[in-house]
Design a protein around this ligand. Structure first.
Ligand SMILES: Cc1ncc(C[n+]2csc(CCOP(=O)(O)OP(=O)(O)O)c2C)c(N)n1
Length: 527
């Protein structure tokens, strides 16, 4: 099952989502559809306090403030994003939480009198009085109210009765109504209450004590980034980090602990994060935007307009690039090669192993312009240690040179291609292997050279084939007027569902066996 709402899996999931802050927009669209179609269903959008820090949520609230029909927004405020929720919005919500008493008064008064014969009339009067009184004395929820959205709350979200009352009341309004619900992250399971950030999304654990069942002892790609970032941060005070509420996931905890003033957690606001980084670069700093590949999609325009157009030195440390596995369709990091290489001035590279990640990051810190280093989820490859030529802009690396088939790849797919090469060798097929390192600028000399003594070129990437690395190679051949047999392997033109990375690769033929099979097929049908 998906870890995210997915309508094809459950009738209770009415909208597929995995990227945050979308619920108010989607709900408001459904409200408009209901009005146009003349139906009368109740539409409820649920949004977390972390997700409310995303600009999209405010675009939708702005829009919702003008409607004259019912639309219920439930703000699930647990005072946490994945970890601490930071910024002005959490501060504001916190001030409401601590100014208590407001809903308590309303609920108890309404409950006592509403079923009495005179109840409805009195409740109406209290409501009107409350509204004028509130604007004079009680600032609770005024920000929403002044946007034209009725504010109800705060309500204890673990008190079902109170919640039911609030929702029943909210249904009466012919406007957008926001119910501010207070909850506790991890409520009901002591280890999760104690470590809410760790339990936000968890691997299998022992239910008795919450201890993870699988302890990973080898370094992941994120760990390597974390170490390099920390060490480079020590050497160069101009290096600063920007995260959109993902300091833990992106490996910035160590940097934050040592240099809290140089770590900027901007909330779940990727677009803002990128333009904010552009501002830091303009101000003479070296910002590193540490971000998951799929979340960077949100900031495409900012990367293009605010960073690349001005050729600013912003480093994009793109984590979870390629298939991410369990998080499924919404989180697969398979589009970045395609969408970043279209943009002038952008440099994009990807390391084959953990040493190369370190070298590439150091190269990126020195390079003067927009540069993205993409690396995947999981354990960092520690093979091919002996191949450690200095990283040079647009220079690839030959790992094996033979006449026959030339496989070109980059990132973690180099390891997979190494295995595919072993399989092909057993069948007597000679295979060269190139670690392309850079998709942009592409090593065109290497591409031209590879055409000399290879009958087939195979490109392999863990990104979408459309607009990907393989297509850059094809474009290079076309530009050079070289006619060559090329097999492009990558993610097909469809959304890839959840599953283990190994399962998914096997499913789309992007594992070692699948690659070897495709090469043999291509060779057997004749070039
Ligand atoms: C656009 C985007 N950026 C980052 C994330 C990663 N992420 C998943 S949940 C989450 C925190 C959400 O906090 P909140 O909305 O308060 O929900 P809670 O889990 O606390 O209920 C973040 C940052 C995401 N899903 N989407």
């Amino acid at each position: 099952m998906s870890g995210f709402p997915k309508a094809s899996e459950s009738d209770c999931d009415c909208f597929d989502t995995g990227h945050s802050s979308t619920s108010i927009s989607a709900g408001l669209g459904m409200v408009s559809a209901r009005e146009l179609a003349g139906r009368d269903e109740t539409i409820v959008s649920v949004i977390g306090d972390g997700s409310l820090t995303g600009g999209m949520a405010f675009e939708a609230l702005n829009n919702a403030g003008r409607i004259d029909t019912n639309f219920i927004i439930i703000l699930n405020d647990n005072n946490m994003s994945i970890s601490e929720n930071v910024g002005g919005i959490p501060k504001y919500l916190n001030s409401i939480r601590t100014s208590n008493g407001y809903l308590g008064l309303k609920e108890s008064v309404y409950n006592k009198i509403k079923d009495k014969p005179y109840g409805a009339d009195v409740v109406g009067k209290i409501r009107r009085a409350k509204n004028s009184f509130k604007s004079l004395m009680v600032p609770v929820g005024m920000m929403f109210e002044e946007m034209g959205i009725v504010y109800l709350g705060p309500v204890d979200g673990h008190d079902i009765r109170a919640l039911r009352h609030a929702i029943t009341e909210a249904k009466r309004f012919k406007r957008a109504v926001l119910i501010h619900v207070i909850t506790k992250k991890g409520k009901g399971f002591a280890p999760a209450e104690k470590h809410p950030a760790r339990f936000h999304g968890t691997e299998p654990f022992d239910v008795k004590n919450g201890v993870p069942l699988n302890h990973r002892t080898v370094a992941g790609w994120t760990d390597i980034f974390s170490t390099v970032m920390f060490k480079m941060g020590e050497k160069d005070p101009k290096i600063v980090a920007v995260t959109a509420a993902m300091a833990e996931g992106c490996g910035l905890k160590r940097f934050r602990n040592k240099f809290p003033e140089r770590l900027f957690d901007v909330g779940i606001a990727e677009q803002h994060a990128v333009t904010f980084a552009a501002g830091l670069a303009k101000g003479g700093f070296t910002p590193v935007v540490a971000i998951y590949s799929s979340f960077l999609q949100r900031a495409y325009d900012q990367v293009l307009e605010d960073v690349c157009l001005q050729n600013l030195h912003v480093v994009f440390a793109i984590d979870r690039a390629g298939l991410v596995g369990a998080d499924g369709e919404t989180h697969q990091g398979v589009f970045d090669i395609s969408y970043l290489t279209q943009i002038p001035n952008m440099v994009l590279c990807s390391p084959k192993n953990k040493w190369e990640l370190s070298d590439m990051l150091k190269f990126a810190f020195k390079y003067n312009g927009p540069i993205a280093v993409r690396y995947p989820r999981g354990v960092a490859y520690d093979g091919l240690e002996e191949y450690r030529a200095p990283v040079e802009l647009g220079k690839s690396e030959w790992i094996y040179r033979e006449d026959g088939v030339c496989i070109m790849s980059l990132g973690n797919m180099v390891e997979v291609c190494e295995k595919a090469r072993e399989i092909l060798k057993k069948d007597g097929i000679h295979v060269s292997l190139v670690n392309a390192r850079f998709v942009k600028p592409l090593d065109t000399e290497m591409v031209k050279e590879s055409c000399k003594n290879h009958s087939l070129i195979v490109t392999v990437e863990d990104g979408v084939k459309d607009g990907g690395f393989g297509m850059q190679v094809l474009k290079c051949l076309s530009d050079e007027g070289i006619s060559k047999e090329v097999l492009c392997m990558g993610i097909p033109d469809k959304f890839i569902h959840q599953g283990s990375i190994d399962e998914l690769r096997a499913e789309i033929g992007l594992d070692a066996e699948g690659i070897a099979e495709a090469v043999k097929k291509k060779l057997s049908i004749g070039l």
